[in-house]
Design a protein around this ligand. Structure first.
Ligand code: GDP
Length: 244
Protein backbone atom coordinates (compact mmCIF):
# COMPACT_ATOMS: atom_id res chain seq x y z
CA UNK A 1 0.00 0.00 0.00
CA UNK A 2 1.30 3.36 -0.96
CA UNK A 3 -1.35 5.76 0.33
CA UNK A 4 -4.27 7.21 -1.61
CA UNK A 5 -3.15 6.28 -5.15
CA UNK A 6 -3.42 2.59 -4.21
CA UNK A 7 -6.90 2.96 -2.74
CA UNK A 8 -8.64 5.06 -5.36
CA UNK A 9 -7.78 6.16 -8.86
CA UNK A 10 -7.11 9.81 -9.55
CA UNK A 11 -10.12 9.94 -11.85
CA UNK A 12 -12.51 8.57 -9.18
CA UNK A 13 -11.17 10.75 -6.41
CA UNK A 14 -11.29 13.81 -8.70
CA UNK A 15 -14.92 13.07 -9.51
CA UNK A 16 -15.83 12.76 -5.83
CA UNK A 17 -14.01 15.90 -4.76
CA UNK A 18 -15.41 18.03 -7.57
CA UNK A 19 -18.89 16.79 -6.59
CA UNK A 20 -18.42 18.52 -3.23
CA UNK A 21 -18.63 21.78 -5.16
CA UNK A 22 -21.88 21.01 -6.90
CA UNK A 23 -23.13 24.57 -6.44
CA UNK A 24 -21.05 26.00 -9.25
CA UNK A 25 -21.34 29.73 -9.83
CA UNK A 26 -21.97 31.50 -13.09
CA UNK A 27 -19.78 34.54 -12.62
CA UNK A 28 -19.61 35.45 -16.30
CA UNK A 29 -23.29 35.49 -17.12
CA UNK A 30 -23.64 37.85 -20.07
CA UNK A 31 -27.35 38.57 -19.61
CA UNK A 32 -26.93 41.02 -16.81
CA UNK A 33 -29.00 44.14 -16.30
CA UNK A 34 -27.24 47.51 -16.29
CA UNK A 35 -26.36 48.48 -13.69
CA UNK A 36 -25.68 45.08 -12.17
CA UNK A 37 -25.96 45.67 -8.43
CA UNK A 38 -24.02 43.63 -5.90
CA UNK A 39 -24.33 43.90 -2.15
CA UNK A 40 -21.25 42.86 -0.19
CA UNK A 41 -22.04 41.31 3.17
CA UNK A 42 -19.93 40.03 6.06
CA UNK A 43 -18.49 40.73 9.48
CA UNK A 44 -15.83 43.40 10.02
CA UNK A 45 -12.34 42.17 9.35
CA UNK A 46 -13.39 39.42 6.94
CA UNK A 47 -12.02 41.46 4.04
CA UNK A 48 -15.14 43.21 2.68
CA UNK A 49 -13.52 46.50 1.74
CA UNK A 50 -10.43 44.90 0.23
CA UNK A 51 -12.56 42.47 -1.76
CA UNK A 52 -14.74 45.30 -3.11
CA UNK A 53 -11.55 47.00 -4.33
CA UNK A 54 -10.35 43.78 -5.95
CA UNK A 55 -13.72 43.08 -7.57
CA UNK A 56 -13.93 46.62 -8.95
CA UNK A 57 -10.42 46.25 -10.31
CA UNK A 58 -11.38 42.97 -11.95
CA UNK A 59 -14.51 44.39 -13.61
CA UNK A 60 -12.61 47.44 -14.79
CA UNK A 61 -9.86 45.32 -16.29
CA UNK A 62 -12.50 43.37 -18.22
CA UNK A 63 -13.64 46.64 -19.79
CA UNK A 64 -16.68 47.31 -17.59
CA UNK A 65 -17.44 50.53 -15.73
CA UNK A 66 -17.85 50.39 -11.96
CA UNK A 67 -19.25 52.58 -9.19
CA UNK A 68 -18.84 51.90 -5.47
CA UNK A 69 -21.35 52.63 -2.70
CA UNK A 70 -19.93 53.16 0.79
CA UNK A 71 -22.85 51.55 2.58
CA UNK A 72 -21.05 50.79 5.85
CA UNK A 73 -21.93 54.17 7.31
CA UNK A 74 -21.47 52.86 10.83
CA UNK A 75 -17.67 53.12 10.70
CA UNK A 76 -15.84 56.21 9.48
CA UNK A 77 -12.82 54.01 8.75
CA UNK A 78 -14.89 51.87 6.38
CA UNK A 79 -15.89 54.93 4.33
CA UNK A 80 -12.30 56.20 4.26
CA UNK A 81 -10.86 52.84 3.34
CA UNK A 82 -13.31 52.33 0.50
CA UNK A 83 -12.59 55.87 -0.77
CA UNK A 84 -8.88 54.99 -0.84
CA UNK A 85 -9.63 51.92 -2.96
CA UNK A 86 -11.87 53.96 -5.28
CA UNK A 87 -9.03 56.45 -5.82
CA UNK A 88 -6.48 53.68 -6.30
CA UNK A 89 -8.36 51.92 -9.05
CA UNK A 90 -9.92 55.13 -10.33
CA UNK A 91 -13.63 54.41 -10.05
CA UNK A 92 -16.37 56.77 -8.76
CA UNK A 93 -17.75 56.31 -5.25
CA UNK A 94 -21.00 57.44 -3.63
CA UNK A 95 -20.64 58.07 0.08
CA UNK A 96 -22.02 60.02 2.99
CA UNK A 97 -20.98 60.98 6.50
CA UNK A 98 -20.62 58.42 9.26
CA UNK A 99 -23.94 57.69 10.93
CA UNK A 100 -26.04 58.70 7.94
CA UNK A 101 -28.55 56.41 6.30
CA UNK A 102 -26.86 53.55 4.47
CA UNK A 103 -29.96 52.83 2.39
CA UNK A 104 -29.80 56.36 1.00
CA UNK A 105 -26.22 55.69 -0.09
CA UNK A 106 -27.34 52.51 -1.84
CA UNK A 107 -30.20 54.33 -3.56
CA UNK A 108 -27.96 57.20 -4.70
CA UNK A 109 -25.24 54.84 -5.90
CA UNK A 110 -27.68 52.87 -8.05
CA UNK A 111 -29.44 55.97 -9.41
CA UNK A 112 -26.14 57.62 -10.21
CA UNK A 113 -24.88 54.49 -12.00
CA UNK A 114 -28.13 54.20 -13.97
CA UNK A 115 -27.93 57.85 -15.06
CA UNK A 116 -24.32 57.38 -16.21
CA UNK A 117 -24.90 53.97 -17.80
CA UNK A 118 -22.38 52.31 -15.48
CA UNK A 119 -22.19 48.51 -15.67
CA UNK A 120 -21.48 47.50 -12.08
CA UNK A 121 -22.47 48.90 -8.70
CA UNK A 122 -20.77 47.31 -5.69
CA UNK A 123 -22.23 48.32 -2.35
CA UNK A 124 -20.51 47.81 1.00
CA UNK A 125 -22.70 47.06 4.03
CA UNK A 126 -22.19 47.22 7.79
CA UNK A 127 -20.64 44.15 9.35
CA UNK A 128 -21.69 45.12 12.82
CA UNK A 129 -24.12 47.51 14.48
CA UNK A 130 -25.07 48.16 18.10
CA UNK A 131 -27.20 45.02 18.13
CA UNK A 132 -27.91 42.07 15.90
CA UNK A 133 -31.50 43.26 15.55
CA UNK A 134 -30.30 46.61 14.21
CA UNK A 135 -28.02 44.89 11.75
CA UNK A 136 -30.82 42.62 10.59
CA UNK A 137 -33.12 45.61 10.16
CA UNK A 138 -30.51 47.67 8.32
CA UNK A 139 -29.60 44.90 5.88
CA UNK A 140 -33.22 44.15 5.10
CA UNK A 141 -33.87 47.84 4.53
CA UNK A 142 -30.89 48.23 2.21
CA UNK A 143 -32.07 45.24 0.15
CA UNK A 144 -35.56 46.74 -0.12
CA UNK A 145 -34.28 50.17 -1.11
CA UNK A 146 -31.97 48.71 -3.77
CA UNK A 147 -35.08 47.15 -5.32
CA UNK A 148 -36.76 50.56 -5.42
CA UNK A 149 -33.73 52.09 -7.16
CA UNK A 150 -33.48 49.41 -9.86
CA UNK A 151 -35.62 46.50 -10.92
CA UNK A 152 -34.47 43.25 -9.32
CA UNK A 153 -31.62 44.89 -7.37
CA UNK A 154 -29.58 43.77 -5.57
CA UNK A 155 -28.92 41.22 -8.30
CA UNK A 156 -26.37 39.43 -6.18
CA UNK A 157 -25.70 39.33 -2.43
CA UNK A 158 -22.17 38.12 -1.85
CA UNK A 159 -20.92 37.02 1.55
CA UNK A 160 -17.26 37.60 2.37
CA UNK A 161 -15.78 34.87 4.58
CA UNK A 162 -12.35 34.80 6.18
CA UNK A 163 -10.93 31.47 5.03
CA UNK A 164 -8.82 31.13 8.17
CA UNK A 165 -11.87 31.19 10.46
CA UNK A 166 -13.22 27.68 9.87
CA UNK A 167 -16.53 26.94 11.55
CA UNK A 168 -16.91 30.51 12.81
CA UNK A 169 -17.08 31.69 9.21
CA UNK A 170 -19.67 29.04 8.38
CA UNK A 171 -21.83 30.09 11.34
CA UNK A 172 -21.57 33.73 10.23
CA UNK A 173 -22.66 32.87 6.72
CA UNK A 174 -25.67 30.97 8.05
CA UNK A 175 -26.70 33.95 10.19
CA UNK A 176 -26.47 36.41 7.27
CA UNK A 177 -28.17 33.96 4.94
CA UNK A 178 -31.12 33.83 7.33
CA UNK A 179 -31.29 37.62 7.48
CA UNK A 180 -31.20 38.50 3.79
CA UNK A 181 -30.35 35.41 1.72
CA UNK A 182 -26.88 34.92 0.26
CA UNK A 183 -26.28 34.12 -3.43
CA UNK A 184 -22.61 33.31 -3.29
CA UNK A 185 -19.44 33.33 -1.25
CA UNK A 186 -16.04 34.92 -1.61
CA UNK A 187 -13.43 33.32 0.63
CA UNK A 188 -10.54 35.60 1.61
CA UNK A 189 -7.06 35.11 3.05
CA UNK A 190 -6.37 31.86 1.26
CA UNK A 191 -2.81 32.93 0.44
CA UNK A 192 -0.72 29.79 0.29
CA UNK A 193 -2.17 26.45 -0.73
CA UNK A 194 -2.28 24.91 2.77
CA UNK A 195 -5.47 26.75 3.73
CA UNK A 196 -7.44 25.61 0.68
CA UNK A 197 -9.07 22.78 2.62
CA UNK A 198 -11.50 25.28 4.15
CA UNK A 199 -13.18 25.53 0.75
CA UNK A 200 -14.50 21.97 0.97
CA UNK A 201 -16.31 22.51 4.25
CA UNK A 202 -17.60 25.96 3.25
CA UNK A 203 -19.08 24.68 -0.01
CA UNK A 204 -20.36 21.45 1.44
CA UNK A 205 -21.94 22.84 4.60
CA UNK A 206 -23.40 26.04 3.20
CA UNK A 207 -24.57 24.64 -0.13
CA UNK A 208 -23.74 27.94 -1.75
CA UNK A 209 -21.45 28.60 -4.69
CA UNK A 210 -17.96 29.98 -4.08
CA UNK A 211 -17.42 32.77 -6.61
CA UNK A 212 -13.92 33.98 -5.88
CA UNK A 213 -11.00 33.37 -3.59
CA UNK A 214 -8.82 36.12 -2.09
CA UNK A 215 -5.12 35.27 -2.07
CA UNK A 216 -3.50 38.46 -0.78
CA UNK A 217 -3.97 42.12 0.02
CA UNK A 218 -3.26 43.59 -3.43
CA UNK A 219 -5.80 44.54 -6.08
CA UNK A 220 -5.00 41.58 -8.34
CA UNK A 221 -5.14 39.02 -5.52
CA UNK A 222 -8.63 37.75 -6.32
CA UNK A 223 -9.10 34.66 -8.45
CA UNK A 224 -12.22 33.16 -9.90
CA UNK A 225 -12.89 29.89 -8.10
CA UNK A 226 -12.87 26.82 -10.31
CA UNK A 227 -13.65 23.49 -8.58
CA UNK A 228 -11.88 21.61 -11.40
CA UNK A 229 -8.69 23.62 -11.23
CA UNK A 230 -8.68 23.60 -7.43
CA UNK A 231 -9.15 19.83 -7.17
CA UNK A 232 -6.55 19.23 -9.92
CA UNK A 233 -3.97 21.30 -8.05
CA UNK A 234 -4.60 19.23 -4.90
CA UNK A 235 -4.39 15.94 -6.78
CA UNK A 236 -1.13 16.97 -8.45
CA UNK A 237 0.43 16.76 -5.00
CA UNK A 238 -0.86 13.22 -4.41
CA UNK A 239 -0.71 11.42 -7.76
CA UNK A 240 2.17 10.88 -10.14
CA UNK A 241 2.04 12.35 -13.63
CA UNK A 242 1.20 9.04 -15.40
CA UNK A 243 -1.93 8.48 -13.30
CA UNK A 244 -3.79 11.55 -14.61
P1 GDP B 1 -13.46 44.53 6.34
O1 GDP B 1 -13.45 45.02 7.74
O2 GDP B 1 -14.31 43.31 6.19
O3 GDP B 1 -13.77 45.58 5.35
O4 GDP B 1 -11.99 43.98 6.06
P2 GDP B 1 -10.77 44.65 5.27
O5 GDP B 1 -11.03 44.67 3.82
O6 GDP B 1 -10.39 45.91 5.94
O7 GDP B 1 -9.66 43.51 5.52
C1 GDP B 1 -9.19 43.20 6.82
C2 GDP B 1 -7.71 42.84 6.70
O8 GDP B 1 -7.58 41.63 5.96
C3 GDP B 1 -6.88 43.89 5.98
O9 GDP B 1 -5.62 43.99 6.61
C4 GDP B 1 -6.74 43.33 4.57
O10 GDP B 1 -5.57 43.77 3.93
C5 GDP B 1 -6.68 41.84 4.87
N1 GDP B 1 -7.12 41.00 3.74
C6 GDP B 1 -8.28 41.05 3.03
N2 GDP B 1 -8.31 40.09 2.09
C7 GDP B 1 -7.16 39.39 2.20
C8 GDP B 1 -6.59 38.25 1.51
O11 GDP B 1 -7.17 37.65 0.59
N3 GDP B 1 -5.36 37.84 1.93
C9 GDP B 1 -4.69 38.47 2.95
N4 GDP B 1 -3.49 38.00 3.31
N5 GDP B 1 -5.19 39.50 3.61
C10 GDP B 1 -6.41 39.98 3.25
Amino acid sequence: MNGLPDMISRKDLRHRLVMLFEHAPDVNNQNRPTPFVELIIGVNGAGKTTTIGKLANRYKKSGKSVLLGAGDTFRAAAIEQLSTWAAKIDVPIVKTKQGHDSSAVAYDAISSAAARNIDHVIIDTAGRLQTQTNLNHELKKIVKVCGKAANGAPHQKLMILDGTQGNTAIAQARAFDEMVGIDGIIVTKLDGTAKGGALFSISNQLELPIFYVGIGEKQDDLIEFSPDAFVDSLLDGIYQEEEK
